[in-house]
Ligand binder design. Structure first.
Ligand SMILES: [Zn+2]
Length: 366
């Protein structure tokens, strides 16, 4: 136990998120609890991780989650480990929420990805259909997050593109399928407001000249009830000229415009989550469980899976290729990772006392 590497996780504490400022002491070595001097409260070593309040051994949860992320259905784990079905479902949901928080903290930071591919996945769940919109960058194979909805409408696409825009900076070439909703969604998510303060009216939104959108329209033929894809039929340049998109493509991956990477990731999801298999009798019941499963598999893919196409010498994960981390994470490391809360903000009004100014200086920034 080292209090210098721990931060106070309480949301209402002024010292929340600060490491090595001397406010944390050991409360109990036996129970593995720390104490924060600022708020006076104690907290467990596991608080903030996915292992918090776990009654079973951590190794068992790690094994079960590894099985779940390799397409093992819950009834098989129940039969093998004699665990309750609800326990496994609870672990799946907890790990998914934890993975989403880790994703939003570490992956959703502005980085130069050069090219991003987006696509939607149709999923049949119990008595309904869900649509999952996702993005991936083909350069580092980093998965940029997902949104889940009952309809493949404007809200789904806009929220997914907004999530993608938080991960990007500089020149970005977006490659999507031929869905027309992407054009307005990209314009809305990437536009920057100009001026505003001190002027009347709404600030003008300006679309940056460094964002390009190309749409790939595929050709299909029907064989009875099945649709067979024959490849790219035509490419549409929605934002940016033909030459600009060609240059952006040459600077990122080269080759031809396609959405092959995201479609390959769709296949990875279908094989890694039991409820995603086609024509299966094992179906998800709730939208939240689908989101948890997607985020768990996506974050494991980013941090814990070696990607063969990235490097032939060193084992490289997408997060390593994107510069987020310098090593391969184990599943236990991912579960134990604690997301730091945002620093405390002083919300009082009027003249500030000397004591308040000292507190602001010490705790308001990391
Ligand atoms: Zn505290």
């Amino acid at each position: 136990m080292n209090p210098k590497t721990v931060f106070c996780p309480h949301e209402d504490c002024v010292a929340r998120g600060h490491i090595g400022k001397g406010n944390i002491t050991i409360h109990s070595k036996k129970e593995k609890r720390y104490r924060c001097k600022e708020c006076g409260r104690t907290f467990s070593e596991r608080k903030g991780s996915a292992l918090y309040r776990l009654h079973r051994p951590a190794e068992m949860m790690v094994t079960v989650l590894k099985l779940l992320s390799h397409g093992c259905p819950i009834p098989a784990i129940v039969a093998a480990y004699e665990l309750d079905e609800r326990t496994i479902a609870d672990w799946q949901q907890k790990s998914g929420q934890h993975a989403k928080a880790v994703h939003e903290t570490l992956v959703e930071q502005p980085r130069e990805h050069k090219q991003v591919q987006s696509d939607e996945l149709r999923l049949k769940i119990f008595s309904a259909v869900l649509w999952i919109a996702m993005s991936i960058t083909p350069v580092s194979r980093l998965w940029l997050g997902a949104e889940v909805s009952h309809t493949r409408g404007r809200n789904l696409i806009t929220s997914m593109i907004k999530r993608t825009s938080r991960c990007c900076k500089g020149t970005v070439l977006l490659v999507t399928d031929g869905l027309v909703t992407y054009i307005k969604a990209v314009k809305k998510a990437f536009s920057i407001s100009e001026g505003g303060k001190g002027k009347t009216g709404r600030p003008r939104l300006i679309f940056p000249q460094t964002i390009f959108l190309a749409q790939v329209v595929k050709s299909y033929s029907s064989k009875g009830k099945r649709y067979v894809c024959h490849g790219v039929h035509k490419c549409l340049c929605c934002f940016g000229s033909f030459v600009q998109i060609g240059m952006a493509l040459k600077n990122s991956t080269g080759g031809l415009l396609n959405t092959a990477c995201i479609e390959r990731f769709n296949a990875t999801l279908r094989q890694s989550i039991a409820g995603f298999a086609r024509k299966s009798r094992y179906l998800f019941h709730k939208q939240e469980m689908v989101e948890s499963a997607v985020y768990w598999v996506g974050t494991c893919y980013n941090f814990c899976t070696v990607h063969r196409s990235l490097s032939s010498q060193l084992p490289t994960t997408p997060a390593m290729a994107a510069g987020i981390t310098d090593h391969l994470w184990s599943v236990k490391e991912l579960l134990e990772y604690k997301v730091r809360p945002q620093p405390w903000v002083f919300k009082g009004r009027g003249r500030r006392s000397k004591k308040t100014l000292e507190r602001i200086k010490k705790w308001a920034t990391f």
